[in-house]
Ligand binder design. Structure first.
Ligand code: PXP
Length: 379
């Protein structure tokens, strides 16, 4: 599946990533996942020119579709963002919603429906559009961001005191718009403590992901605390952070048992795995609900090697999705390398910690110095 978006306008107001993911979802819903779709976002002048030169209609419009006679190509859709914006204001909706409606309309034309052929055709086309709209509503368009607050606890543990408190961090990341909070309760308790998980469970209003090793102690804690989801990770005491994915293929029996124990407690399970086919196939066999693709190799690679790692993640996300697994991704993602993965429609959730907590030091340091100076000097 590939969606190519071109723009012919200065379109600060438009979220191109959202359009790309919406188009990918529409291709999936209509059974056209393997086809290519091109989208041109233009303005009134641009769409007027297209309307005149291709259809001899001397006026602007909102959307125009061009069917292609090639099996692998869905076609081209041109949309005027200015017209979409006006129509959004008239219909009291957002420009994102109006662009989605226009994209659906354009796609349904590409599928051969045409409201201009008569009343019955117009009805059929409207029904098809409504069906796609409903399906889109059911599925998340944009990936969720779940923020790992372990490193707030790492700073606290460096002094052995009470601040900064990861429980407060959990509340702040939710206030800032995170879709979930992640904590890793390690066997050695080097950062997050049992008390943190219990309190965060109580205050989190979005959802709580508990990362843990599949040990009897952790399984007991998870079933008592009841996180919204558990991500099973491998753990080695000497490692600085989780270094590799879980070897589900090599540990299929014990992993399946851990998944079953958590399922019995009503907790969905994600398995943190390297982007390798045998690990993903084994994850499906083990009964997992999700996989979290270990993005460490991608994050560390440079240039062409990073391109190769990216392609591997694309293939593995598609494989997992085809096996009915939800796809999450995480580890080493930062402000430079996340965008490329964010355009993949199979990835529905990102788990990011270190980069966000690191940036918060600088994003918040100036304010922290000012506040201390105010106490000391009065200004
Ligand atoms: N996902 C898993 C399973 C992890 O173990 C970690 C690291 O704690 C992350 C995501 C987050 O990685 P980072 O801190 O590099 O963003």
């Amino acid at each position: 599946m590939s969606v190519d978006i071109r723009t012919e306008a200065d379109i600060q107001a438009i979220n191109l990533l959202r359009i790309e993911r919406t188009a990918q979802r529409i291709l999936e819903i209509t059974g056209n996942s393997s086809k290519e779709l091109s989208i041109l976002i233009t303005d009134d002048k641009g769409i007027h020119t297209i309307n005149l030169s291709w259809f001899d209609r001397d006026r602007p419009t909102n959307v125009i579709s061009f069917q292609m006679d090639e099996p692998d190509i869905m076609g081209d859709i041109a949309v005027s963002w200015q017209r979409a914006k006006r129509e959004a204001e008239e219909g009291i909706t957002s420009i994102d919603n109006r662009l989605t409606e226009l994209l659906i309309h354009g796609m349904v034309h590409l599928m051969g429906y045409d409201h201009e052929l008569g009343k019955q055709d117009a009805l059929l086309m409207r029904q098809k559009e409504e069906h796609i709209k409903k399906e889109l509503f059911r599925r998340n368009i944009m990936a969720d961001l779940c923020v790992n607050v372990d490193h707030v606890a790492t700073i606290r543990e460096a002094r052995g005191g009470v601040e900064p408190d990861p429980v407060v961090a959990a509340g702040v990341v939710e206030l800032a718009g995170a879709d979930g909070v992640v904590v890793h309760l390690r066997e050695d308790r080097r950062h997050i403590q049992d008390r943190d998980v219990r309190l965060i469970r109580e205050i989190v209003q979005t959802r709580l992901t508990l990362e843990m090793a599949a040990t009897p102690e952790m399984l007991k804690i998870a079933t008592e605390i009841g996180p919204d989801i558990v991500t099973l990770v491998p753990e080695r005491r000497q490692e600085i952070t989780t270094e590799g994915g879980l070897d589900v293929a090599g540990l299929i029996k014990s992993t399946s048992e851990a998944v079953a124990t958590l399922h019995d407690a009503g907790i969905p399970v994600s398995l943190f795995v390297d982007p390798e086919p045998e690990q993903i196939e084994a994850s499906a066999k083990a009964g997992a609900d999700c996989i979290e693709i270990h993005t460490g190799r991608y994050a560390e690679a440079k240039g062409e090697l990073q391109d190769q790692e990216y392609e591997q993640i694309v293939d593995m996300a598609q494989l997992a999705s085809g096996l009915g697994l939800r796809v999450h991704a995480g580890h080493g993602l930062n402000y430079q390398n996340v965008s490329r993965l964010a355009s993949l429609s199979e990835i529905v959730e990102f788990s990011i910690g270190h980069a966000i907590i690191s940036r918060s030091v600088f994003a918040g340091l100036e304010q922290a110095v000012r506040e201390m100076n105010r106490l000391i000097k009065g200004f």
